[in-house]
Design a protein around this ligand. Structure first.
Ligand code: VGL
Ligand code: ZN
Length: 199
């Protein structure tokens, strides 16, 4: 069992990111059993849930654009996604086999005009989700991340964790990526910030 200063953060293991979902990540469901087993090793478990309102600004449909194109948001370039993880829908629910008996479920992506890949800050890099304060007030200085997708929400969450001074590890075999090109860039960016990537 890891000590109480070390939290496991399980990123976005939701139906829409699993095969058959609206923004399916190849093999996304394959990590569920391993993530469930890993939870036994941690006394602090946090899950995140991508949680968008209908007509969210990150949806291609909100811009009459094609999915996987980009648009210039006030905070920078934003990828336009298929509609996914809409609040209260089955697509936004956790994978049915995922253990959800953790200490905290943190939702993100609810601000209509700002996407939120990171569990710590929205994509404007300034609006906090509150997770940093939660971890600090519980005396947590070390985090391990797993989940979906390695190149987006795991990547941005791990980078922010490292920048905020948390000792940060990503267990890559319990992650899956949306795209191999962004996956390689994400791995390099995380490593550069001192995130430890272990298989
Ligand atoms: C994610 C794209 C859009 C993720 C969420 O969980 O990685 N990616 N929304
Ligand atoms: Zn999203």
């Amino acid at each position: 069992m890891r000590p109480a200063n070390h939290a496991l953060i399980v990123i976005d293991v939701q139906n829409d990111f699993c095969p058959g979902g609206a923004l399916a990540v190849s093999g996304g469901d394959e990590i569920v059993a391993g993530v469930n087993a890993l939870m036994d090793d941690f006394s602090v478990v946090i899950l995140t849930q991508d949680w968008h309102p209908r007509e969210h600004s990150s949806f291609a449909s909100s811009h009459s654009a094609e999915p996987f194109t980009t648009f210039e948001a006030p905070y920078g370039t934003q990828v336009l996604w298929p509609d996914h993880c809409i609040q209260g829908t089955d697509g936004a629910a956790f994978h049915p086999a995922l253990r959800t008996d953790g200490d905290l479920i943190i939702r993100k992506g609810y601000t209509p005009s700002i996407d939120s890949y990171s569990a710590f800050f929205e994509n404007d890099k300034t609006t906090p989700t509150g997770l940093e304060g939660y971890l600090h007030t519980r005396g947590i200085d070390t985090v391990t991340l797993v989940g979906l997708a390695l190149d987006y929400c795991v990547n941005f969450s791990a980078q922010d964790a490292a920048k905020l001074g948390f000792k940060t590890t990503v267990i890559t075999k319990l992650c899956r990526a949306i795209d191999p090109t962004t996956e390689s860039a994400a791995r390099a960016d995380m490593a550069e910030l001192g995130v430890v990537l272990v298989d």
